[in-house]
Write a protein that binds this ligand. Structure first.
Ligand SMILES: Nc1ncnc2c1ncn2[C@@H]1O[C@H](COP(=O)(O)OP(=O)(O)OP(=O)(O)O)[C@@H](O)[C@H]1O
Ligand SMILES: Cc1ncsc1CCO
Ligand SMILES: [Mg+2]
Length: 275
């Protein structure tokens, strides 16, 4: 696939979603207990195939067969970390893309160190909220508010660029405008609704959706990441038209992602190059 320089974002995002639906990539998720259900359902509704498999013993047989891996440290313990590291190493060894969600990276030194060690294992994409990306880029504990962001995504643009350059990953910061950067290019995806912040694990789930999109076009991680973020936001925009609050938005978000068609993607995707 061509890069977005030569293509419009709408058709590109539609083409990637179509590939996810056709190829149904197997996405291994090592994720927190809170997000497992929503993450698996978001992946299924987009057409991908989720597998929440995290035991160290299974990884050598399972991870090489996955099309992408998503690692999320939300409910991290010292027992889970070795499996996360082993899975990341296997993914890299077998040429599979992997995506890191550094949940609450600045909440404790244990968590920050774990996230830094995972970044050293060369994720294809890192997706976090503003506070998480700033904590990780500056290697600082204490600036975050638990798993929720205390910063706007725009506050984290420079941190995202420096993390992208130091890690080699595409870095995405979610917020009112989602920022996507490889350290050189910066794009903004302006889809989504503020009420998503009142549904736990929507950020975790969009990270897994990024893994599914990168699975079908691993050599264009920047474009795949922006497209996944925008499509998720479009599904939320369509879902909110039917929702009465966070609980029903959660349901309509999944329905909208499942049913989203080409016309909706082409008319609603709002991605712009910022640099
Ligand atoms: N103010 C906003 N307006 C529109 N969309 C938003 C806004 N804030 C967040 N979003 C969207 O909500 C989703 C989750 O992003 P958020 O930054 O809240 O993730 P998070 O903090 O990691 O969430 P969680 O930890 O609960 O999974 C993304 O799709 C993002 O684009
Ligand atoms: C609420 C919560 N706590 C740890 S992980 C998680 C899900 C949102 O990140
Ligand atoms: Mg999060």
């Amino acid at each position: 696939m061509e890069g977005a320089g030569a293509m419009e974002w709408g058709p590109l995002a539609w083409s990637l979603l179509s590939r996810v639906r056709q190829q149904s990539p197997l996405v291994q998720c090592i994720t927190n207990f809170v997000s497992m259900d929503l993450m698996a359902n978001v992946l299924l509704s987009a057409g991908a195939s989720p597998a929440m498999i995290h035991s160290l013993e299974e990884l050598p047989e399972f991870t090489p067969n996955a099309h992408a891996l998503c690692i999320n440290v939300g409910t991290l313990t010292s027992h889970w970390l070795p499996a996360m590291k082993a899975a990341a190493s296997l993914a890299v060894q077998h040429g599979k893309p992997w995506v890191l969600d550094p949940v609450a990276a600045g909440a404790s030194s244990f968590r920050l160190k774990a996230c830094t060690e995972l970044v050293d294992l060369r994720p294809t994409v890192i997706r976090g909220n503003g506070s998480e990306i700033m904590a990780l880029a500056d290697a600082t504990v204490g600036t975050a508010k638990g798993v929720d962001s205390a910063h706007n995504s725009m506050d984290a643009v420079e941190a995202a660029k420096s993390l992208a350059l130091s890690s080699g990953a595409v870095v995405a910061v979610t917020g009112a405008v989602d920022i996507i950067t490889d350290g050189h290019r910066v794009a903004g995806a302006a889809n989504g609704v503020a009420l998503l912040q009142k549904i736990t694990a929507t950020g975790c789930s969009v990270t897994a959706l990024i893994a599914a999109f990168v699975a079908v076009d691993p050599t264009h991680a920047f474009e795949a990441t922006a497209s996944a973020l925008s499509i998720f936001g479009v599904a939320a925009e369509m879902g909110i038209e039917m929702a009465k609050g966070p609980a029903s938005l959660r349901v309509h978000l999944i329905d909208s992602l499942y049913g989203i068609d080409e016309a909706s993607v082409l008319s609603r995707v709002k991605i712009t190059h910022m640099k």
